[in-house]
Write a protein of this length. Structure first.
Lengths: 473, 326
């Protein structure tokens, strides 16, 4: 009798244990479930039309095929406008500053959110995220995002600081860091090294330029008259020399002795080993030139590897290495960071519907498809970056198997961050700074003269913030 | 409903016929009063007047805002008087402004000179009749049909230093590779070439029309008297063509001063501000940096240049018309 009772109790206990375990398992993995399983009324705003502003970018190409799934799920119609990057930002600014409110959702990034937040154009996403009628937090799993990229898109409005605090301005959909993408096959052939510092970097690219012949160049970098020319490889190196573009009192500091020394190396490399017509090159031109096999090295986005390693888009698939940026004089390695994010316009007339789109588009379910099926790199969710399918896609990228993953992991955990000083006029600072690089490259001024000249322009731009903060009268 | 029996036919009118007739006669009387010889010019001008008012409002608002510190990123606009203009001429913005002024004037002067000379030459060639002249006249117009921004993008590909066709052809002629739009020394001439290519056909066609409208008798008389071609060109063609030349000059003067899309698409105002015209500079200040007050100050000065230059050209045009009638 006792034995029978014990057996029954044990069986009951096992059943209960299994039940709790399964429930826990289901709760742990809820974010893996399709949107239909989320506790969200997807059809609450059926019949609404949303307009999205998108930049011509690989992420856009990964989002577009998925939009019909959202429309089917929600009954919300989605229209979108795609423009090249420079034109996209200008169109977006016109829309926001005029109050037209064409876009409900737009691609954005921290540096632009700093301006939009001050002007009252970007919607804080926390109220929507915290609204249980609109969001299934368990399904959405915000904790799955890399903290670094979430932090980059949060700002409390403190000029010179405040990142990771306050408002949530955008949901990151991809993240990029700046690496040395170089031709590993040619490196071996010509006996070159992987540069560990910037003087070595200059030597390597000039040697490569000599070896490659008249239509091959040692280096390509972004060059148009824009903050984006400063942002990627140049600022990465600049900051590795311990430099920032603004002091704590918001005065320009791009003309310190160290900044001048680094800029001299950078400009000389472009003059001696760079593509002619460098001042007209966009990031896209640089990527295409490298993928066409005309360039030895491109210090720019790591995720361009998705193009370089694709035989349909590149003549050099399987031939590149992806090394960390060279170190500064004291061995410091850093990388600037950029995330494309989706934000909501404060002028939108369909904010709840827009939040449904944002929640859906940045969920695990949509973003795994965006990466695995449509090459959106680098993903901003840990679970996607660590997914076996994604690991399989990138395992052979680099000079040796796993190099790309190693480099990106180091960026995510150690070297990568937004290096700019948070302030609403950061892009204006960058535009004026790019003038200095152009003037020095064209030999109109020495590097020192050019940087000092641009410093005056930057100080003019920042004056109103110094006055606002009481630093200047 | 009303039925009329008239010669065996029945007319059925749904509306009251007396009312319809009254309305009709009112409309006819009103039309006769409104549309008269005196009022027709004003009526024809009315749509243009509406468009003018529609343009004047944003223009006026821009002029007013040029006296404000207007930066939506920073806060509400506030009045600062002429400070934006002082900054442009001698203050913190002045190096940028004087550089842009120099670029704008060089761009306009070069475009006008080259296009007038080339356009006149083409017009003088096309005024003759020869086999296929109609086709040639149509083909000459092709570049003008291309929007300036597309023209700039097309030429940007051709100017590309490594893969572009211009350097490729130059390599066969022993010309070293030039950076063109990416070379601070060559960028402005390169953009001028684009403008010349795009707008010379317009100049040629207008001048061709002008040449075709010139009276034939003075030319016949000069030929009978044995005058040389150069004499005819200098003493007959140019003086008689002056009014048309001034019209073309006016168009090209205005468009060259305000050109934006071609320059911005080609170079973004670079490299090293080599092509930073006033309009492009205003665009940077307004549409990239949200410094709208400064941007409007740039544009008001540009407008003043256009207005004052146009005033003198139109005055010269009127004098040339009077001289021609004499």
């Amino acid at each position: 009798m006792l034995r029978k009772r014990s057996l029954v109790s044990i069986c009951l206990g096992l059943v209960l244990l299994m039940g709790f375990s399964l429930n826990g398992f289901a709760q742990e993995k809820k974010w893996l479930l399709p949107p239909e399983k989320a506790n969200v009324d997807w059809t609450a705003y059926k019949g609404t039309t949303l307009t999205i502003g998108l930049n011509k970018h690989p992420y856009t190409e990964s989002l577009r095929p998925l939009i019909s799934q959202f429309e089917e799920l929600t009954g919300i119609e989605v229209a979108y406008v795609i423009l090249p990057e420079e034109e996209f930002f200008e169109k977006l600014l016109i829309d926001l500053s005029s109050g037209a409110g064409l876009f409900d959702i737009y691609m954005t990034s921290p540096m632009f959110e700093w301006r939009y937040q001050y002007a009252g154009w970007v919607e804080d996403l926390f109220p929507y995220y915290n609204n249980p009628k609109l969001t299934d937090k368990e399904w959405y799993n915000r904790e799955d995002f890399f903290p670094l990229v979430l932090r980059a898109n949060e700002w409390d409005g403190t000029i010179g600081g405040g990142m990771g605090e306050g408002r949530w301005n955008g949901i990151p959909v991809m993240v990029e860091f700046y690496v040395q993408a170089y031709r590993e096959d040619l490196r071996k052939k010509w006996g070159l090294t992987v540069p560990q510092d910037y003087p070595e970097w200059y030597d390597v690219v000039t040697k490569a330029d000599e070896q490659g012949g008249p239509d091959f160049f040692g280096i390509v970098e972004r060059g148009i008259r824009s903050w984006s020319t400063v942002h990627s490889g140049y600022y990465t190196g600049f900051n590795s020399w311990g430099q920032k573009e603004l002091t704590k009192d918001l005065y320009a500091s791009i003309d310190t002795p160290e900044a001048i020394e680094f800029t001299k190396i950078w400009i000389k490399a472009l003059q001696d080993a760079g593509v002619p017509g460098w001042p007209t090159y966009t990031w896209y031109d640089g990527m295409e030139s490298y993928a066409a096999g005309r360039i030895y090295m491109y210090n720019d986005c790591d995720f361009f590897a998705a193009t370089y390693e694709n035989p349909a888009k590149s003549t050099i698939a399987g031939k590149s290495g992806y090394a960390l940026p060279p170190a500064g004089p004291d061995g410091r390695i850093v990388s600037n960071l950029w995330t494309w994010a989706l934000g909501m316009s404060a002028l939108s007339r369909h904010k709840e519907a827009a939040w449904l789109f944002l929640q859906w588009a940045t969920s695990y379910h949509s973003m795994i498809d965006a990466t695995v099926k449509h090459n959106n790199f680098n993903p901003t969710r840990k679970s996607i970056w660590e997914h076996p399918d994604v690991a399989n896609m990138v395992k052979n990228w680099g000079a040796y198997p796993g190099e790309y993953v190693e480099t990106v992991n180091l960026m995510l955990t150690k070297y990568g961050d937004i290096r700019w000083t948070p302030n609403p006029d950061v892009t204006a600072v960058g535009d004026i700074w790019a003038d200095a690089l152009h003037e020095a490259y064209a030999r109109q001024k020495t590097v020192e003269q050019a940087l000092k000249s641009s410093s005056k322009g930057i100080n003019r731009i920042m004056r109103k913030w110094r006055i606002a903060l009481g630093i200047e009268k | 409903m009303h039925k009329n029996k008239n010669n065996g036919h029945t007319e059925v009118s749904i509306f009251f016929p007396e009312t319809v007739a009254k309305i009709r006669s009112c409309l006819i009387r009103a039309k006769r009063r409104i549309v008269t010889r005196k009022t027709i010019p004003y009526l024809l001008y009315f749509p243009a007047f509406i468009a003018t008012v529609g343009i004047l409002y944003p223009f006026g608002r821009s002029v007013v805002l040029s006296f404000y510190e207007y930066n939506p990123t920073y806060g509400p606009a506030y009045f600062i008087g002429v400070q934006n203009y002082i900054d442009l001429f001698q203050g913190v913005t002045s190096p940028s402004f004087w550089l842009s002024l120099r670029v704008t004037l060089i761009y306009a002067f070069a475009n006008i000179s080259i296009q007038l000379i080339l356009g006149l030459g083409i017009a003088l060639l096309l005024v003759r009749t020869f086999a296929g002249y109609r086709i040639v006249r149509a083909v000459v117009l092709f570049p003008f049909m291309i929007p300036p921004i597309i023209e700039a993008m097309m030429w940007k590909l051709m100017y590309e230093p490594v893969t572009g066709i211009i350097n490729y052809i130059g390599s066969f002629l022993g010309i070293p590779r030039i950076g063109w739009l990416g070379d601070a020394a060559w960028a402005l001439p390169s953009v001028i070439v684009i403008d010349v290519h795009n707008f010379t056909p317009f100049v040629a066609i207008i001048l061709l029309a002008g040449l075709q409208s010139l009276p034939k008798r003075p030319f016949e008389a000069a030929q009978v008297d044995g005058a040389s071609s150069w004499f005819i060109l200098r003493n007959l063609t140019f003086p008689l063509l002056k009014p048309v030349l001034y019209v073309v000059l006016l168009f090209r003067f205005i468009e060259s001063l305000i050109m934006f899309d071609m320059i911005y698409a080609a170079t973004h105002g670079g490299p090293a501000n080599a092509t930073m015209s006033i309009h492009v500079n205003a665009y940077y200040h307004g549409m990239r940096w949200t410094m709208f007050g400064t941007s409007f100050a740039f544009l008001v000065i540009l407008w003043a240049m256009v207005f004052s230059g146009s005033f003198f050209i139109i005055r010269a045009w009127r004098k040339s018309l009077e001289a021609r009638m004499v």
